[in-house]
Design a protein around this ligand. Sequence first.
Ligand SMILES: [Zn+2]
Length: 463
Amino acid sequence: MTSTFQLYARNALLPEGWRQDVLLEWDANGSLTGVTADVNAAAAVGVEVAQYALPGMINLHSHSFQRALGGRTEKAGDEVGNVKDSFWTWRDLMYRFARNITPEHIEAIAAQLFSECLRHGYTALCEFHYVQRAPDGAMYPQPAETAQRVISAARLAGIGITMLPVLYSYSGFGESALKPEQRRFKTDPQDVLRIIEALEPLRDAQTEVGVAPHSLRAASVAQINEVLVTLPPDRPVHIHIAEQEQEVAQSLNWSGRRPVQWLLDQVAVDQRWCLIHATHLMRDEVDELARTGAVAGLCPTTEANLGDGLFPFEEFMAAGGRFGIGSDSHISQSAVEELRWLEYGQRLQHMRRNIAVSKEQRNVGDYLWQHALQGGAQAAGRPLGALAVGKRADLIVLDDEHPNLFGLAIDEVLGSFIFSGNDNLVRDVMVGGQWVVRDKQHVAQQAIAARFKQTLAELREFR
Ligand SMILES: [Zn+2]
């Protein structure tokens, strides 16, 4: 009989690197209780066997409703040649889409997204959640209505979640009033604290709650500090920071400082912080941000899709920085694609190869996966990112019957996984000790997809 709480991996990626003959054990709560390498084969009799097991990736930045926008924004606007399409014209389309979406739609879209993220190697996700009011701009009777819907979707799909209710009060630097199309996003510090309080009973081994000031455009430093004095000190704090050059210029205009500099000068940024899209940095900002111990949240496919620019990755890592990856707008749901784009952007920029390496770790795939795990776990504020006792039993098993994994030395496996072709090599996925993907199928895939299809049909009527 196969034990429910054990897995035997011929090869497992542990914090120190690949080890052989690893027995993984976990408890009924889904936490790892034993990780033993070099076990005797007899110890594995009756235990399920995996050829390659590695920790599932953390997706540290998600706006899940944007999954339903995929493919709808890849067409030039009317004023081609006059006003070029940009992040800002994309944002107008996104606002239009967000106008009519209901809590039921939010839940259905999120469940579809989460099942896809799981199939592509993510086992946890941080939801940067800002559609919090009804279409007419009123608060829902339950202030955490839409956040609860996203958490329900995470539970249905079986992905771990860090919910980050967003503080969103202004449309630009200097506390400019929100635009009508932003009325569903409006929150002040008291609203956000009420939402966080309403979510408190939902916190458990799979669910954490932090906060996200949307950006320095949408929240003032005084507001950010007002929320932080009430929030327990171990909760994650995420913010969008320097995604666009126009945003940097507006910050300079208004404050005399660039956004990262402004934030670091005014707020006590530390390890619980995650700065999303810290794309446009000066040299001193790179060093200072690295020194804080905060995580740089990189979203390479979305940043490419929106024409944001490239993060100074090599300089930041050389300064001791920490990073994780997110799929943000969800034009990709693949951890592999994010990491591949991250490395390729740097190669194209520097016209060199193998950028994400160190003296100790010369394998690009291993470097990317391990560092993104550490940064992602820190940003999620949950015990994730390693096959180690006390961490969650969140792991993926690769398809060892796929030709891309034939004939490789163990230190070449992640190189092939991340850089070879577009087949999905993630075969099985476990979250908190439960299998949620088996043989590349999510356990609730059909029901979730049927609801997603129905949701898109309803949303089409509002276009
Ligand atoms: Zn974002």
